[in-house]
Structure formats: structure tokens, C-alpha cells
Write a protein that binds this ligand. Structure first.
Ligand code: MSK
Length: 628
């Protein structure tokens, strides 16, 4: 390894990443780290949330040093400028999850109304269970009637007609009362997002704290609305996850197969690609092209969706998406939306790789656009696979380098699967928490960020927590890190403390449970509500926490905020762009504690973060009368 390569190794903790970074240099391909380097003189105003370009009297920068230019042209001070920026940041994240949820809902409604043959209801029992839970007639009713009624109910949740989201019935009463007192009970999902855009227009809401409270409401509309609808309907349409074995890292790509990467967030396109890849005529075409089959692998959250439900291997997380193409082994990348770096189109063009977009709301210049609808999904999936097979014939073997061997993982821990493993009730988990063999539960969620060494914080934080008998549940891009570190198999329990290891051994589960994609953080909310309701306490009383150690996205900000609003202490590896306002920063780090029962903590060092989280869990355990 050359000196230069050793330097590249510091960008990521993984050998597969280091090999591909070296190949990128050799192939003359620019990556996200190169671009970050070019952008290194970042604007201090933007970093602190103190710049505003929301109107054309500006743009403005609020200078916090000295006594000149303390206000924007409209008169907004630092607090208001930061709050407006942050409010829109959270609204964009909530909108992204929720619009994804709406697309799943549209697919579900199309099935209910008999408008598509390409999708079916795979979990009828879950459909009927949720319909009953939400007060709809189910027993003895035809399945399409139940589905239509549920679709109507969820469409109402998106609208202004909703006074309170349907899934708020899952929230412990004490928490609902607190939200009502604060005026943050989420109403219609779209309404909260639109209201945030309105409030942050010049001359509307000029009170930073009031804007932040609406950010809370908007985030809650995501967690208990858009995201929860996405998760529950995806289970109904594509199957509720059950524990399944799979594999992770770039080694899941195959030299002898047509490699297709599915990337983005929604399972709707990727599920049809998977189904079409089993068509005998398509497989025969692949064989004719000289491949032994079609290998579908996932990236980011689309990868998490098909991993959870179908056991499809996961090639990588956010910072691995470019590196996956640099293997030269990918015939085609098919994307839906969110977290798809525009650079991927350029990188694909450096190889024989086809880049296919599928959503009219997410087009990529230079890509081949194949618009998927409910009516044509299967045909379009076959068309895309044929493109991949054709690309396979153009693959240049001398440019192919697939690094390393894949690592085994276990996935599929939906709440249904967890409760089933516990004998149908949360009581064994509650007993383990009371006994201290599981001292608490922490959700590690979210992205990668090139400002931090790739996956260093994820893996070290998880290892520190499980050592302290704290069970970890993981979603999103953090999943890949946990899998590569060997924490997603039962054998990973060897790295856990004695108590947690004994529980894992008894149940045959890993010390880190994979519970899904970004929208599936709704599963964690639901599990916390189930535990709190079983104990008769508020969610803020539970020995639980959340962490997004390497986050980058607006969606992660919405997730963090709804977690805090649910009373869940939330660690972030990096601060959002709010540090220019003392009021907003104090509110996030301290002020919310009194009003909502939780707060954020910012700590880039995973070992120190583990200390903070451990201390919090000890405090909550003591308050419940348990040993710390
Ligand atoms: S994909 S939001 S980089 S987790 Fe959900 Fe990964 Fe974060 Fe996108």
C-alpha cells in the first residue's frame, strides 16, 4: 500500500472502501471526498444558520461579531434567521419521508381499487389488524373493502381535514397530553409542512421559539404520520419482515452475474425489479449473454427495504454508493429518490454502467428515464433488466475489481417478529430491562457524512453500548456499518456485556437488531410506545435513547426532532446549522428537556457519546426504581 493509499484509508474504516478509493484515483474518478476537499473553506454564516436567501431584499448575513449588521434587511435577528432556516430544514425532511409514504399509499390504493395487477396485498392479517386498530370494520369484510377504507383513512391523515393523526392512538396518554398542552399535536401531514413554509416566509412568525415548536409538530407528523404510514403499508404490500440471513459489503457483487444495484428509498420499484428478475425468459436472456444469473443488491434505504423483507444483500451505505460503481462490475443502477448523489450519473458514464431513473419527480440529467407507474411496473422492470443484460456484454473484465468477501448478517426484526420471538408479549423484554441484563435500548440511525471518518462513529458507538448491556436497534445507512463490523449476527454477542450476551444467546439474536430503513424509525417509536404503555409510564421515562452519529440529511433532522419530541434523548455526531442562535441552540440542548422531557446532545467522539448515553440510561433506570 502506497503512502497515498494509506491516506485514503483514513477516509473510511473499511478495506473495501480503501481499495475503491485507490481505484478511483487510478481511474481518474472524482468522489464525494474530493468535492468536500474543494469546498473546504465553508461559509461560517451558513454553517451557523446565519445566512438567509429567502427573499430578494437580501441575501443577508447576520454578523454576530461587533455591533454592526446584527439584522437582515427585513429586520430579522440571529435567532429568527436560524429558526426560519431550521424550520424549513425539518419541513424538507418530513416532506421527503411523507411523500415517500404517499407513494406507497397510492400503490396500496391502486391495489384496493383493482387498478393494478403488478402489486398485491401480501400480509392480509396485518391489513386487518391495522384496520381494526384504527377503528375500521374488518371482520367478515372483503379484503378490498378493508383496504379501500384504510387507504381513505390515511389519505385523510395527509389532509387538512385531519385534526389528529390516526396513529396517535398508539402514543401513551401522558405524552399526548403534553403535546396538547404545548400545541404540537400533529394534524394533517401536508398541513404541518405547508404551515412551516408559510410561517417562515418574511413577516409571518417572528418568534424563534414559536417556529421551533412548529418544527416539533412538523417532525411528529413525519414520525407518527408519513413514516409510519410508509412502514405499515409497505409491510402490508410486500410482507412484514421476519428474521432472515443475508450478506453485506461490496463483496456481494458477482463477477459471473449481471449486477443490478437498487438505490433510493421506496420499495415500490425495487420489489418489481426483484420479481421480474425471477422471470424465466429474462434469466434465459442473461444466460445467453454469458452470465449465470441476475444479482440484485441494495444501497442505502431501498437496500434496507429489500434486505428486511426479501433478504437481498446490501452492497453499501451512503458513502459507498459511488465506490460501488467504481468496482466496474455494476451493469445498472436503478434509482427511485432521496440520497442519490447526482455524481453517480457521471461515475456510471466512466464505466459500462447504465443509470436508470424511474420517478418523474426525481430526474437525473444524463440518466435513462424509465417512468414506473402502477399500471406498467412489471413491464418496465423487465425493460430495465434487459438493459442490464445488454450492459453485461459490454463489461470490461480488466476494469473490474470486487474487493473482499461479503460478511454474514441477520435482518428482519420488525416489531411483529420481535414480539413473536418474545412469545407474543413485550413482558420478557421488560423483565430483562428490570433485571438489568438489558440495561436499555438505543436506536442508532442515519447516514454517513464525509466530514467524519466513514462508519468510525457508528461502529465504535455500537460496540461501546453493547459492552454496557445496552441493546442496539439500527436503521438506514448505519446498518451497513453494523453488518460489516460483525454485530448483526448472533456471534456478535461475544462483543456484548454478560447480561446482553446471555439474552442474545437465549433468543439466538444479534446484539444489534436491524429494524429497517429511515422511514422504519417509526417501528422504533411504536416499540417505545408499546413498552411505555405496558409499564404505564410516559415514553420519556424509558431507559432508551437515539443516536445519529454520522447524519447529513434534512430527513435525519426530522427524525432526531420527533425522537426528542417523544421524550427520547438524542445524540448527534454533528450539530445542525443552528449554532448562530443562542436561543435555538439552548432550546435544543437544554430547553426542550423541561417542556418535552428530552433534549439533543452533540458529541463527535463515539466513546464520549457512549458515556453520555449510558449516564442518561442510568438516570432513567434509577427513576424507575431499577439498578442503574
Ligand atoms: S439513506 S437519509 S443517507 S440513512 Fe435513508 Fe442513508 Fe441517511 Fe439517506
Amino acid at each position: 500500500m502506497t503512502k497515498e493509499q494509506q491516506g485514503l484509508e483514513n477516509l473510511s474504516i473499511w478495506n473495501d472502501a480503501a481499495s475503491m478509493l485507490a481505484k478511483a484515483k487510478k481511474d481518474g474518478v472524482e468522489t464525494v471526498w474530493d468535492r468536500l476537499h474543494e469546498q473546504r473553506n465553508e461559509c461560517a454564516f451558513c454553517a451557523q444558520g446565519l445566512s438567509c436567501s429567502k427573499c430578494v431584499m437580501g441575501p443577508c448575513r447576520i454578523n454576530m461579531k461587533g455591533d454592526k449588521r446584527q439584522h437582515g434587511v427585513c429586520g430579522a435577528d440571529a435567532d429568527l434567521t436560524v429558526a426560519r432556516n431550521f424550520g424549513r430544514f425539518v419541513a424538507a425532511g418530513a416532506a421527503s419521508h411523507s411523500d415517500h409514504g404517499r407513494d406507497v399509499l397510492d400503490t396500496f390504493a391502486a391495489v384496493a381499487e383493482g387498478k393494478t395487477k403488478d402489486f398485491q396485498i401480501r400480509d392480509e392479517a396485518k391489513l386487518r389488524r391495522i384496520a381494526s386498530e384504527l377503528g375500521l370494520a374488518s371482520e367478515g369484510q372483503p379484503i378490498d373493502a378493508v383496504a379501500r377504507a384504510l387507504a381513505d383513512k390515511f389519505y385523510q391523515d395527509y389532509s387538512s381535514r385531519s385534526e389528529r393523526l390516526s396513529f396517535l392512538s398508539r402514543v401513551p396518554e401522558k405524552r399526548r397530553t403534553r403535546w396538547a398542552e404545548l400545541g404540537v399535536t400533529p394534524r394533517g401531514i401536508d398541513r404541518e409542512v405547508v404551515e412551516m413554509m408559510h410561517r417562515t416566509h418574511m413577516g409571518v412568525d417572528c418568534d424563534a421559539t414559536n417556529i421551533c415548536l412548529h418544527a416539533v409538530r412538523t417532525a411528529l407528523a413525519d414520525g407518527w404520520g408519513g413514516s409510519m404510514i410508509a412502514t405499515e403499508l409497505s409491510d402490508i404490500l410486500f410482507g412484514t419482515p421476519r428474521p432472515t440471513a443475508s450478506k453485506v459489503n461490496l463483496g456481494v457483487l458477482r463477477k459471473d452475474m449481471v449486477n443490478v444495484l437498487v438505490h433510493g428509498h421506496s420499495p415500490v420499484v425495487s420489489e418489481t425489479i426483484l420479481a421480474a428478475a425471477k422471470d424465466q425468459d429474462i434469466l434465459a436472456e442473461a444466460a445467453k449473454a454469458g452470465a449465470i444469473g441476475i444479482n440484485i443488491a441494495g444501497l442505502c434505504c431501498t437496500g434496507n427495504e429489500v434486505l428486511m423483507r426479501q433478504g437481498i444483500p446490501l452492497a453499501g451505505n451512503h458513502l459507498m454508493t459511488e465506490l460501488a460503481l467504481i468496482t466496474g462490475a455494476v451493469e445498472l443502477m436503478v434509482v427511485d429518490y432521496q440520497c442519490i448523489m447526482p455524481s453517480l450519473v457521471r461515475i456510471a458514464a466512466c464505466y459500462h454502467t447504465r443509470f436508470v431513473s424511474t420517478q418523474d419527480k426525481a430526474k437525473f440529467p444524463g440518466a435513462t428515464h424509465v417512468p414506473f407507474t402502477h399500471e406498467n411496473a412489471r413491464d418496465k422492470a423487465r425493460e430495465v433488466l434487459r438493459m442490464a443484460i445488454e450492459a453485461y456484454t459490454k463489461r470490461k473484465p480488466e476494469r473490474v475489481e470486487i474487493p473482499g468477501q461479503p460478511v454474514d448478517i441477520m435482518t428482519g426484526f420488525s416489531n411483529e417478529a420481535v414480539l413473536e420471538a418474545l412469545g407474543g408479549t413485550p413482558q420478557p423484554l421488560i423483565d430483562a430491562i428490570k433485571a438489568g441484563s438489558v440495561r436499555g435500548v438505543v436506536g442508532i440511525v442515519g447516514c454517513n457524512n464525509p466530514k467524519l471518518t466513514h462508519d468510525y462513529c457508528h461502529t465504535n458507538l455500537a460496540k461501546e453500548l453493547i459492552k454496557r448491556d445496552i441493546l442496539v436497534v439500527v436503521t438506514g445507512c448505519a446498518t451497513v456499518a453494523m453488518g460489516k463490523a460483525g454485530l448483526l449476527t448472533p456471534a456478535g454477542a461475544e462483543q456484548a456485556g454478560q447480561g446482553l450476551a446471555s439474552v442474545c444467546k437465549a433468543l439466538g439474536i444479534p446484539p444489534v437488531l436491524h429494524v429497517g430503513s429511515c422511514v422504519d424509525n417509526a417501528r422504533i417509536l411504536h416499540l417505545c410506545a408499546i413498552l411505555a404503555n405496558a409499564l404505564g409510564v410516559d415514553m420519556s421515562d424509558l431507559p432508551v435513547a437515539a443516536s445519529a452519529p454520522e447524519w447529513y440529511s434534512e430527513k435525519a433532522a426530522a427524525i432526531g426532532l420527533y425522537a426528542v419530541a417523544c421524550g427520547i434523548y438524542t445524540h448527534l455526531g454533528l450539530p445542525p446549522h443552528i449554532t448562530g442562535s443562542k436561543t435555538v441552540t439552548d432550546l435544543a440542548l437544554n430547553g426542550l428537556e423541561d417542556v418535552i422531557g428530552a433534549s439533543f446532545a452533540v458529541e463527535p467522539d463515539p466513546f464520549k457519546a457512549a458515556e453520555l448515553i449510558d449516564k442518561r440510561i442510568s438516570t432513567k433506570r434509577t427513576a424507575l426504581g431499577l439498578t442503574p
